[in-house]
Design a protein around this ligand. Sequence first.
Ligand code: GLN
Length: 240
Amino acid sequence: MKLIVGHLYGDCMNTYGDNGNILTLKKRAEWRGISMVVKNVSLGDKIKPGEFDLFFFGGGQDESQISVARDLESSGKGKILKIEVERGVPVLSICGGYQLLGDYYQPHQGPKLPGAGIFPAFTKASFDRMIGNLVISTQFGDLVGFENHSGKTYLKKGALPLGTVSVGFGNNGEDKLEGCIYKNAIGCYMHGSLLPKNTHLADWLLKTALDIRYKKDHSLDPLDDELETKAHQTAIDLFS
Ligand code: GLN
């Protein structure tokens, strides 16, 4: 079996080590004999519906977000991403990437940056730097990561949070919510990178991508996750 992953703006939204998520997905697929092709999809690139089985969108600086927001709109990628999410294609987006898949991101200066409108949420720049370890409880079990953002994201009525904050700030440091999930698209503030210490989420993304691509239910062979599980639990015990 094969999966094709679209790494959104991997060359300009890659400030916080989120590329470790791509490495995790690739290794966990290959350890199971599933080949994975990762393509950088960046400024000026066009994409077509059905071209990718999974998308990843990492975090980046505010200034990168300006050109990326403009490109999402001008290249039509924002619209295609929305179509793909509606058909169930999984997406993992982190921080700046997450913000640009919502309705908009309002930086300190200048106009609102329009998002792809996948997550019913909006983000406003703040003067609070929300930085530190983040532990949340979710439908996937506990997730642990590291956040570093000043943007505050607010979920609109009916939007589903990825989880509730046990340790850290989360979306905005006010409502104890973190991230957003819409169909199989996930947005969150969890750098780290997220997936190496949360392999249950990595495997959910892989399984979902296979199910959608091959139009049938898959169960992934278990891997020896002793080290990953230890890292996950040690982090949670340390921060809680
Ligand atoms: N605009 C983002 C912020 O809220 C950028 C930071 C990030 O992607 N980690 O700070």
